[in-house]
Every structure is written in C-alpha cells, then in structure tokens.
Design a binder for this molecule. Structure first.
Ligand code: DX5
Ligand code: ZN
Length: 214
C-alpha cells in the first residue's frame, strides 16, 4: 500500500479550510503538517493552535513533522492538538528512545526523521521502536527545494534495515517529491511520499494527488 501525505506548508494559509477540504475530497491518505521553531531549522511555521484548527477540518490522519529542538517537551501538546502520527528528528533528540515511548504512550504512531546528511546506519538500535522513518530529501526548513538524488540510496539501505529488524516500519520521503521522482522512490522501497509544491502549485491538485498514487 502506498500513501500520499500532502504538505500543508505549501497551502494558502489564508484559506486553510478550503485547502483542507480539497484534500478531504482527494485520494490522499494523510495530511503532512510541518512545525518549525526557527532554531532547529531557520524558518518558523506554526504551532499547536494552528494544528488544532487543521484538525477541526481534516477528515484524514494528521502526520505531524516536528522540526523543533528537544521535541520531547511537546509530545503531549501535539497529541492534544490532534496529531495522529508524530515524527521527531534524530538530530534534535538526546533521548530518542524515551521520546518514542512518550509518543506511543500518548496514543500516537511515532517515527524518526533523518536529515540528508545523517546516515541510515544510525537507526540500527531504534528502528524496532518506529512505526515509520522519514527520510528528508531536502535540508528541512522550506518548501519548494530541489530533491537530493542520494535519497534513493538511503531508501534502499533503509528498506534492507527494516526487512531485517522491523518489516512493519513505513518509509516516508519528504522534500522535492514530484511526478518524475515518485515512481523511482516507490521502486527503491518508499511507502509514503510527502508533496508540498508538487500538489499545491499544480493546476489540478486533486489530479496530481491521483497521479502521485499510481
Ligand atoms: C521541508 C518540509 C517539507 C516541505 C515539502 O522542511 O519538511 O514537508 O513542505 O515541500 P516540497 O514538497 O515543496 O519540497
Ligand atoms: Zn515535512
């Protein structure tokens, strides 16, 4: 099963309800919600109050990607705001095992995110605790960046690691995903594709989501 998780970072923030209703009517599986703190990444996006409003309108699970330092501080807050899936960066957590347990104890699916320069091999002793692993295919912080080609190798390495240690773990890819690289990512072993600009800047987002799922 392949999943599409359109990133609301590329939506029209003045018309969030309209854009969420479009996603409700589309074939997408999750809504990807990018939270940035201006510290772990250079940009600031939005926090729990906006996630709460997104949740009010969304008919699909919220896939919340925390690009914040020490994300363990906010696990419960994002659960209360409506997150169903919560991913935290390997590079932002000192006690990753503890944070993943907190995510599960709060009733969410949990996963780890790797920046482009962080090797897959560092997941050897944590992948068994993950419902998903998110590989960044751009440096996090902004939508609309160019896809980093080395991601294909990382997806293949992660597929091998998951086959060995946790076959149920989903592999998600985020950043610069489009109609050209999507089939190659699926072929390499990805299960979930995040797409911001490719969906929201296209002439027909519903049709683009349909094509991404093929
Ligand atoms: C980047 C975010 C992505 C971003 C993807 O830091 O994590 O989710 O919105 O946007 P595109 O698909 O435009 O690269
Ligand atoms: Zn993201």
């Amino acid at each position: 099963m392949k999943y599409i998780s359109p990133s609301l970072l590329s939506a029209d923030f003045g018309n969030l309800q309209r854009d969420i209703e479009m996603l409700n009517a589309s074939e997408c599986d999750w809504l990807h919600v990018d939270v940035m703190d201006g510290l772990f990444v250079p940009n600031i996006s939005f926090g729990q109050p906006i996630v709460k409003h997104i949740k009010r309108h969304a008919k699909k699970p919220l896939d919340v990607h925390l690009m914040i330092k020490d994300p363990g501080r906010y696990v419960q807050d994002f659960r209360e705001a409506g997150a169903d899936i919560l991913t935290v960066h390997y590079e932002a957590c000192v006690h990753l095992d503890r944070v993943l347990h907190a995510i599960h104890d709060a009733g969410m699916q949990g996963g780890v995110v790797l920046n482009p320069s962080t090797p897959v091999s560092l997941l050897e002793d944590i992948v068994q605790e993950c419902d998903l692993v998110l590989l960044m295919s751009v440096n996090p912080g902004f939508g609309g960046q160019k896809f980093i080609e080395n991601t294909y190798n990382k997806v293949r390495q992660l597929r091998q690691l998951c086959d060995r240690k946790n076959p149920h773990c989903l592999i998600e890819v985020d950043g610069g995903v489009n109609l050209q690289n999507a089939p190659l990512l699926y072929e390499a072993g990805a299960d979930v594709l995040v797409a911001g600009n490719a969906v929201f800047k296209s002439d027909n987002p519903i049709q683009t989501i349909h094509q991404l799922k093929q």
